[in-house]
Design a protein around this ligand. Structure first.
Ligand code: ZN
Length: 205
């Protein structure tokens, strides 16, 4: 049975907050009451941050990282090695590799992995734009940093087939490294090591 709220405005706030992943209605109510107890400036700053994020943050035209301008800071940085691309699932992976301080090339954010069960096909991901970059940006090496899950393996295999005809070196991180959702449990040293110990990507033909 639905709870009866003393205020429609409170109920509406709970409705919205509980749409966030991992937030049930109980937690949403606790957060709404917390916001209500804060100074008005808190709600204004929170609302403004959300609006700024949604309306004024972009996906970088080149690598699809999040950026405040059409090209992200990493793509704009001319001191980075533009001949190497590290292909990752999402922005959190970029943040994790940047924390290691040991990667100086550029990135390409796929925006997920191929997953027929979840209705994610290659065309839902930034794969065409990756192939375009490899074709036109004098890329010498593409490193795949994709989860060793069944979906991740499917994605790696798909990319392997698409990229194996290009005159590039195609490598992958050394195995056993969790990416995406699991990445926050991987420390910087392990990640830097997996990058250093990368190997040629090969599938049995
Ligand atoms: Zn970028």
């Amino acid at each position: 049975m639905n709870d009866k709220y003393p205020s429609q405005r409170l109920e509406k706030a709970v409705d919205q907050i509980s749409l966030l992943p991992g937030i049930g209605r109980k937690t949403a109510l606790r957060l709404a009451l917390y916001i209500l107890r804060q100074p008005e400036s808190f709600a204004l700053a929170l609302g403004d941050a959300l609006i700024q994020l949604r309306f004024h943050a972009y996906y970088c035209q080149k690598c699809h990282n999040i950026s405040d301008s059409p090209l992200c800071e990493i793509c704009k940085d001319s001191t980075r090695d533009s001949s190497t691309l590290l292909v990752v699932e999402d922005i959190r992976d970029v943040m994790a590799f940047e924390r290691t301080g040991s990667y100086k090339g550029l990135y390409h954010v796929l925006g997920g992995v191929i997953s027929p069960i979840d209705g994610v096909s290659p065309s839902d991901l930034e794969i065409d734009s990756l192939l375009k970059r490899v074709k036109s940006d004098s890329i010498k090496e593409v490193i795949l940093a994709i989860s060793p899950t069944p979906e991740g393996e499917t994605t790696s295999f798909y990319l392997y087939r698409k990229l194996s005809n290009f005159p590039i070196v195609l490598t992958q991180l050394s195995r056993g490294i969790a990416m995406g959702d699991e990445l926050e449990y991987t420390d910087e040293i392990t990640l830097a090591q997996a990058l250093r110990d990368r190997s040629r990507l090969q599938f049995p033909s």
